[in-house]
Design a protein around this ligand. Structure first.
Ligand SMILES: NC(=O)c1ccc[n+]([C@@H]2O[C@H](COP(=O)([O-])OP(=O)(O)OC[C@H]3O[C@@H](n4cnc5c(N)ncnc54)[C@H](OP(=O)(O)O)[C@@H]3O)[C@@H](O)[C@H]2O)c1
Length: 236
């Protein structure tokens, strides 16, 4: 691939966890990868650039997208992976914690989609994948606000598909099963086991599962696949 043919992919929340795995996965495939998080990234690949950006900060997101566009002139793919979770019974959930989850998970996703779509539409091509979770459809007790924020991401993505389809931009979401990252390390093992035992495929999820779904959604041939949500592990 010549530099002008190499696709440009933005993955949010790429400092660690699934986002980091995806950044490295797409670097191996020859993409230019732009990542962001609140902390500093340490992926050393010359085709990787880390932005110190909180996705809930409108000005910072605008600046990041402008910087990517200045250096590459395009954005082909956005993976909205950045999110926070706070597992808590609703009776014990402070408004501050709920607001922050909604701000990062819903508004942050919206801001990145909005600003990246303005760049994608110029080339009449784009692939957006937004991250949800199976805990929304399985209605997992203890995760009401987190699950609600991810349900909002699904609805947002379905409507975004209709708003952006005319410019060749597809918008899909997928919900992973539990994956052993920092996000769920504090969840009691018996609770994780109960979730896994309720799945059709009774195993923990992996970052490879996520890359597989992203590969499918962002493939150029997937131009007629939009507004969809795929839940892993047999959840519907
Ligand atoms: N792990 C699971 O079991 C699981 C299951 C289903 C779905 N998911 C979804 O998969 C995605 C990734 O989860 P994960 O397990 O990899 O989580 P994680 O290990 O906690 O990593 C979260 C990533 O997002 C970044 N981040 C957090 N808040 C941010 C913000 N405001 N702005 C920019 N970056 C931010 C973090 O970096 P900084 O701290 O540097 O900001 C980190 O790189 C999330 O959307 C999550 O909901 C996870």
């Amino acid at each position: 691939m010549t530099p002008s043919e190499r696709p440009v992919l933005l993955v949010t929340g790429s400092r660690k966890g699934i986002g980091r795995y995806l950044a490295e996965h797409y670097l191996k495939k020859g993409y230019f990868v732009e990542g962001c998080s609140r902390g500093d990234g340490d992926i050393g690949d010359p085709s990787y650039h880390h932005h110190h950006v909180d996705v809930a900060d409108e000005k910072a997101v605008r600046g990041m997208v402008a910087d990517i566009t200045k250096r590459h002139g395009r954005i082909d793919v956005v993976l909205n992976n950045a999110a926070i979770a706070s597992m808590n019974h609703v009776l014990l959930t402070p408004a501050k914690s709920a607001n922050r989850m909604l701000e990062v998970n819903v508004t942050g996703t919206m801001l990145v989609c909005r600003d990246a779509a303005k760049v994608m539409m110029r080339r009449r091509y784009g692939r957006i994948v937004n991250f949800t979770t199976i805990v929304a459809p399985i209605a997992l007790a203890g995760e009401a606000v987190y699950a609600a924020s991810k349900s909002a991401v699904v609805t947002f993505t379905r409507i975004l598909a209709f708003e952006l389809g005319q410019w060749g931009i597809t918008c899909n979401s997928f919900g992973a099963t539990p994956i052993m990252t920092d996000m769920i390390r504090g969840v009691p093992q018996d609770k994780i086991d109960a979730v896994v035992n309720g799945l059709a495929i009774k195993r923990l999820g992996t970052p490879e599962d996520c890359a597989n779904v992203c590969d499918f959604f962002i493939h150029p041939a997937s131009d007629n696949i939009t507004g969809q949500v795929i839940y892993l592990g047999g959840v519907t």
